[in-house]
Design a protein around this ligand. Structure first.
Ligand SMILES: Nc1ncnc2c1ncn2[C@@H]1O[C@H](COP(=O)(O)OP(=O)(O)O)[C@@H](O)[C@H]1O
Ligand SMILES: [Mg+2]
Length: 360
């Protein structure tokens, strides 16, 4: 952190834009001494609502308050500020790529993918997940997100058909109204705000993790998979503490291949055509297109089972109803802000997962 008399943020030239997101802009910048760093700035009034700014504030605070033994899990925090703009500077992890790319490009074999998960699970469940006394937010957050998705389906001409009783992949699913009326008072939901409550990463998926693009273990003396660095904590909805299953559920949603398939639309979808038999019977189908070239990294390498084992060792067996409700919640959050085939798949995932949450 700079001494308080220095201007913050310091003047800098943008070298490369890394991501122009909904709420933040992340770029590599060069400062006057010639060194490079990564600067993440909230778009403030230009962003979609006030949440972006609050989230980036919470993200900077999360990094600034990490205990000493956790600092090496994240890039070093170099500066934070919160006046005319809100943002922070961190060390530039030169030569690193996100682990989503490592998975897609099949840079790791199975042993390396497992070593990465073992390292992540150990740091996450044993060190990062410390008990939290923050006010639990998940129950309210899940309810309001499901409600937003409900309204979205009601108002959306092509998704309106998913509101009533339907079948998804041969499984009968009750109306969304009935599902929500059963979920809201159920103990499955309230379990999210009961113990344990821990500090979470909050947005734990492979694209928010960095690794060297090539094996530098000979120079560094550290195994390639154990050079893992986490970035971008705090979920889109501002969650940075809560039930530990939140982090596992987020991790698995991507590491199983499902999230990349949805985001890149490597999907098989049926039932929306309007005239075919399935559609007349309100029968919808969705699946990951495992033939697609882009999915081979997730088909051939298991990026998730070791993490589940480590979770179970720490917290006991996964509560399958809570897990399904989490998947419904993640899907609902994206129903609201995606479109086209991805949105159709997210809506089907939400409806099927709600049914599972009610009957598991
Ligand atoms: N410290 C860093 N060093 C190198 N690359 C980074 C660093 N921080 C972020 N990136 C790259 O920028 C991308 C966006 O950053 P991230 O913090 O995840 O922003 P967002 O909140 O928009 O997802 C990351 O996926 C990663 O590829
Ligand atoms: Mg990110």
């Amino acid at each position: 952190m700079p001494a308080s008399h220095l201007p913050s943020p310091c003047s800098a030239q943008e070298v490369q834009l890394l991501r122009d997101g909904y709420w933040d802009r992340t770029a590599i910048v060069a400062i006057d001494d010639g060194s490079q760093r990564v600067r993440k700035i909230s778009k403030g009034a230009a962003s979609a609502g006030p949440w972006g700014q609050n989230n980036l504030r919470a993200e900077a605070n999360y990094l600034a308050t990490l205990e000493t033994q956790l600092r090496d899990c994240f890039p070093p925090l170099l500066d934070t500020w919160d006046h005319t703009t809100t943002g922070y500077d961190m060390g530039y992890m030169d030569g690193y790529v996100d682990v989503g790319q490592i998975a897609c490009q099949q840079l790791f074999n199975q042993d390396q993918a497992e070593a990465m998960q073992s390292y992540l699970g150990q740091r996450l469940f044993q060190q990062l997940h410390t008990p939290s006394t923050a006010t639990p937010l998940l129950v309210e957050n899940i309810k309001s997100t499901l409600e937003k998705a409900h309204i979205c389906l009601q108002e959306h001409a092509q998704l309106h058909c998913l509101l009533g009783q339907i079948k998804i992949n041969d499984v009968p699913v009750s109306s969304l109204q009935e599902q929500l009326q059963s979920i809201y008072p159920s103990p499955v939901l309230t379990r999210f705000d009961s113990s344990p409550q821990v500090r979470l990463h909050g947005d734990l998926f492979l694209e928010n993790m960095l690794l060297p693009a090539t094996d530098t273990s000979a120079e560094t003396g550290v195994d390639w998979p154990r050079q893992l660095i986490l970035i971008d904590p705090i979920s889109v909805a501002g969650i940075g503490a809560g039930h530990p299953l939140f982090d596992l559920g987020k991790y698995e949603s991507y590491a199983t291949g499902e999230l990349p398939a949805m985001r890149q639309q490597r999907l098989l979808l049926a039932g929306f055509e309007g005239t075919k038999a399935d559609s007349l019977n309100h029968h919808y189908r969705w699946a990951i297109d495992w033939q697609d070239e882009a999915m081979q990294g997730f088909k051939h390498i298991n990026w998730h089972s070791r993490m589940r084992e480590l979770y179970t060792q720490q917290y006991g067996a996964v509560d399958t109803a809570m897990y399904a409700l989490l998947q419904a919640y993640f899907a609902a959050a994206m129903v609201v802000c995606t479109q086209g085939r991805e949105q159709q798949a997210r809506a089907l995932k939400m409806r099927a997962s709600l049914q599972l949450a009610l009957h598991s």
